[in-house]
Design a protein around this ligand. Structure first.
Ligand SMILES: [Zn+2]
Ligand SMILES: [Zn+2]
Length: 636
């Protein structure tokens, strides 16, 4: 067996590549190209708490991959699977959404796309999203922005595949893998044997766009006279009487049989199955689409994703019982996905930078290895992620702290000190620390080492991980010296550290007395944390509740910013804008999270301008009741 000499991965963190399928057929096709399974004797790697996904793990030519089958088709299912995925597998650098799709028969350069061809996504747009906005379609740029651009890793592979050379190589390799898949399928003893063979040129039938799949002989019921009736979807062309004289001649079908092609371009991701040739052509032309599918929009934002789907129909509703292309299309997609993976550059666990330690000495190899094991996360990326998910950092909403008495005392203090920022949930502690990090970094003189705890992420929720990560950061620093003067350590969210919190508190309450390093930590108002940190003689508590005035001004800045966004999006006049702003200000109670949650509800696509006031006043003013309200609401 290939690569059996390499040991299996140690933990979930060793997996870099994910393959996601929406249908059992697609999933089965992928498993036929896995060289070696890691879970034949039971699941070794498990999953995070609250992750409902089921995983299959294995290896494809040196790459450890994790395969997941979505519980059902569609965007919503895909989005929730993607977020659970992230909680279990932190180091996924590439997620391939592999399966079947509806193809557009011609590219904009008039190249023919046939059944079994594979489309690889360069971008994705939600073509039916516009409908939710008062019947007006959003501009294309807006749609694409909403789904974001693929990451650098993904973009760099696609750039290579877009060259003629890159694509030909990929097609050649994928063709070999398709044969391998078909061979494996035929050798396998299956209860219900599945064939992944090409179905023949005569079965690749494209009808004229305007020729509908419907009861072609209308009498006596005239059911399909205006639009195709519902039962026509479930009947085949043969049963309905779709006639061959409306078929379109395809040049490529005269030339070759099983040789499928690979196209790179834009997918349209939608909530419904497309069943109309004219609608297909119109949407495809408007947005420059090559294919239609239903899961991409759900995954695109949550994971670094490439969609690889085989064309199993022309999205026009026509189909025939004896020519179901799903198996062949799933097989060509699986083969292409593996060919892509084989070309994927493996990323190493980062090596700590080479530094001179002392007297011209460098670290030994063993020391380097030891350090690599201590690499937990990149805190600057965590910081960026936090800022992004909170809609960006607003300087005006945190600069109050620079003139705060406790902060100034902490800063002026020459021999260490522990600034402890405490406050209730939603008071903006984490964003405040993000802002402080920026301000302290801008000063330049101090060196900062920081860590953001997060209870739901197993890399970021234990005392050991916090300390390992801080030590790693110091070790990577080229000015390493035992002198800790002018060094600042920042740990956000002590209450989010779920394992060994007492040990961490013990350490933090004593550390500032041992050296000249300074500390900033943040936490909720928990008595257990209070008790421990109170033992430190160097502590300076900064309670957000005691700085009510500053916080409520900061929240107001945030409200203004959010309301301006809302006003632009919903085209609010000044009066409605002011009404929203004063309502939010009157009810926010100095809680950023409350504003963020209410804003999210008001921002939603279906919410019309005239509904804003009623909707807004229905939200209870406190965070707890608001959560209850939203939960009840989503349940009903
Ligand atoms: Zn009918
Ligand atoms: Zn038909």
């Amino acid at each position: 067996m290939a690569n059996s000499s390499l040991p299996p991965p140690n933990s979930r963190d060793d997996f870099e590549i994910a393959i996601i399928c929406a249908l059992a057929i697609e999933y089965d096709a992928v498993t036929l190209l896995i060289d070696q399974f890691w879970d034949e004797d039971g699941d070794k790697y498990g999953r995070a708490i609250n992750d409902p996904n089921t995983y299959t793990t294995g290896r494809m030519r040196g790459f450890d991959i994790v395969l997941v089958l979505l519980p059902e088709k569609g965007k919503v299912s895909a989005a929730s699977a993607a977020s659970s995925f992230r909680s279990s597998f932190h180091r996924i650098t590439l997620a391939l959404l592999v399966g079947t799709c509806g193809g557009v028969p011609y590219t904009k350069d008039n190249e023919e796309i046939l059944l079994g061809d594979v489309i690889i996504s360069k971008t994705v747009i939600q073509y039916d999203l516009g409908r939710q906005y008062n019947g007006q379609f959003l501009t294309e740029e807006t749609l694409e922005e909403r789904l974001g651009k693929p990451g650098t890793n993904v973009r760099s592979i696609l750039t290579v595949m877009e060259t003629n050379h890159g694509r030909e190589r990929l097609e050649t390799r994928a063709a070999v893998l398709l044969e391998q898949l078909q061979r494996h399928a035929s050798q396998k003893k299956m209860r219900k044997p599945v064939k992944y063979e090409y179905l023949g040129v005569l079965n690749d039938r494209l009808f004229q766009s305007s020729y509908l799949h419907r009861h072609q002989v209308l009498l006596p019921y005239r059911c399909c006279e205006e639009v195709p009736c519902h039962s026509s979807h479930t009947l085949s062309c043969a049963e309905l009487g779709c006639e061959d004289e409306h078929l379109v001649q395809r040049q490529r079908l005269k030339e070759q049989a099983q040789e499928f092609r690979i196209f790179i371009g834009r997918f349209g991701s939608g909530d419904t199955v497309l069943r109309s040739g004219t609608y297909r052509d119109r949407i495809a032309q408007r947005h420059g689409l090559l294919a239609f599918e239903m899961e991409g929009a759900g995954i695109w934002d949550g994971l670094p994703c490439i969609i690889v789907k085989g064309v199993s129909n022309y999205a026009d509703g026509h189909w025939d019982a004896d020519s179901n292309w799903q198996h062949f299309a799933a097989a060509t997609a699986a083969a292409t996905a593996r060919a892509l993976i084989e070309r994927y550059p493996k990323t190493d666990r980062p090596y700590p930078p080479l530094v001179v330690i002392k007297d011209g000495k460098r670290r030994t190899k063993e020391e380097d290895e030891c350090l690599r094991d201590m690499h937990i996360t990149d805190p600057s990326l965590d910081k960026k992620r936090i800022e992004d998910t909170n809609g960006g950092l607003l300087r005006d909403s945190y600069i109050w702290i620079l003139t705060n008495a406790e902060f100034i005392q902490w800063r002026e203090n020459a021999d260490g000190g522990l600034l402890w920022i405490k406050g209730d949930p939603g008071k903006g502690k984490t964003m405040l620390l993000c802002g402080l990090i920026n301000e302290l970094q801008a000063k330049g003189a101090t060196r900062l080492y920081y860590f953001f705890c997060q209870a739901s992420d197993s890399r970021l929720n234990s005392a050991t991980k916090v300390l390992c990560s801080l030590v790693y950061s110091i070790a990577c620093d080229d000015e390493l010296a035992l002198d800790l003067k002018d060094k600042v350590f920042i740990v956000d969210g002590l209450d989010e550290c779920v394992s060994d919190l007492p040990l961490l508190l013990d350490f933090i309450s004593r550390a500032p007395g041992l050296s000249e390093a300074k500390w900033i930590v943040s936490s909720r108002n928990w008595p257990s944390i209070e008790e421990k940190l109170n033992t430190s003689s160097k502590k300076l508590p900064l309670s957000l509740e005691l700085n009510e005035q500053s916080i409520s001004e900061a929240v107001h800045v945030y409200i203004k910013h959010k309301v301006n966004q809302l006003a632009t999006l919903k085209k609010l006049d000044e009066k409605s804008r002011d009404a929203v702003e004063s309502h939010l200000s009157a009810n926010a109670n100095g809680t950023f999270l409350w504003v963020a949650l209410v804003y999210k509800e008001l921002f939603k696509g279906g919410v019309k301008k005239r509904h804003l006031r009623d909707l807004m006043t229905a939200f209870p003013p406190d965070l707890g009741p608001l959560y209850m309200h939203l939960r009840k609401w989503t349940c009903s």
